[in-house]
Design a binder for this molecule. Sequence first.
Ligand SMILES: [Zn+2]
Length: 565
Amino acid sequence: MVRSVALGAAALAVLAALPSAGIARPVAKPAPKAQSAPAVQPAPGAPKLIVAISIDQFSADLFAQYRSHFTGGLARLASGAVFPAGYQSHAATETCPGHSTILTGVHPARSGIIANTWIDQSVTRAKKTVYCAEDEAKAAADPKDYVASVGHLLVPTLGERVKALWPTSRNVAVSGKDRGALMMGGHVIDSVYWWKGAGFATLDGRTLTPAAVNENKALGEVLAQGAPELPLPDWCGAKARAVPLSATFAVGTGRFALAAGDKNAFRASPRLDRATLDLATELLDENKLGKNATPDVLSVSLSATDYVGHGYGTEGSEMCIQLQQLDLALGDFFVALDQRGIDYAVVLTADHGGFDMPERLDEQALPAAHRVNKALLPEALSAAVAARTGLDAKDLVLADGPSGDIWLRRDLAPADKARALEALKAELLANPDVAAAFTADEIAAAPAGTGSPETWPLIARAKASFYKPRSGDLVLMLKRGVVPIPTPGPGYVATHGSPWDYDRRVPILFWRKGMTSFEQPSPVETVDIAPTLAALIGLPVPAGAFDGRCLDLDAGTGDTCGAKP
Ligand SMILES: [Zn+2]
């Protein structure tokens, strides 16, 4: 239940101006200048700063596995309101859709962020794959680059709603990835930074502020010099065991020694998260966050856990060291907030979970885990569907990989398209790695998931990821334990993205100084975060704006969601 607050005419006007679901292309408008006292005051005792943190690929499984070892920031948050079974309820458990749910309070079906990438055969450029956080209508100065944009996000974020109602509030976001910062920050944002290659970057047309200039200078020195390996905590020792993946490389014993100038190694290491949090700290001061007249929102998306998971899997020394270092860096960040005397509330979650690499899973009691059959790659499917239908195989089946959305060539006549779709579905269902294949029409006609996301049928998970103008003609779901990387290579041995709970289930932790700790093990959803935070600060939101519900963060008889009717 969202706190009910009487809306003044001015508040209704600014909320009406916000983009909402169903509008194809939201227009970012500058927030109106404050001229008089806001029509709606923040809730009495509302925190002055919301700190929303996403740890990329921080599964509920990793939180459970390492929880007892945390002593820093994660230990502090585990003493707040703990929801160990939060759900990114949708099927396409990737970074962009996951980040899009956290502060909008809606599933990807409404945020429009169905995946990290989708294929749009109507774009005029040669490359038909569209990235979730690009403006494909613009050409970047470097032809290999793209123009970062949040234009594909169809709904406002919490920070945007706050700014629309309270123009003195600041909305700031920082991340190791552009999509992490943009999907949490949204269209109307005071300051936004992400790691790009060798330093932090921002939107085209903006210049780096001194906070980012300073951080980039310090990082440039670290990169130029290199750094020694990181310590292996005692409790990580048993994990340090090499697992060979080919004749030339193995993972499992890494310690993150940084060779001078190795930008990729910097990115896939705890140093990226430390840098992101250092910049977040400098942005606190630069934007006077928590010191403004009305609540501010700071979004921090920490990407290294995801890069470590992809590069080394989840059960080696690498992930163990990563999580210890992240816990310590978060602890230092919260101390920095304390030292500034800011009254802040934190939520921490993840954009998706993750899964280890099958070679180690096989050794560790899960022999069913394996790498996907190459017959599910789009080229092989094109040939198979062509053989079944007699249609031209060239670009007949389009996809970014062997799972998720699949498109058929768009120039097919309706009757041919129907035949191809039927043949594709039959081909997929005959493959032993395939759990399900749903056509767009089947997904559109299916009921939306209700009740606990743990028990949603697969098609309801697909529906939460389905937005017709962008989604495929068919969605392919691999069986549990099938890893959609046919051949591992350095930097890419394991992944996520499936509709299974190892990828959907993430922790959701709320913390504020002085709050009474409690734990609620029943499933909740990441779309519950925005309504919970909106109620905490007294932000009125139109009925139906969120897919989630407010979570009462008061362990006792009080109710942070407001009085129940
Ligand atoms: Zn990832």
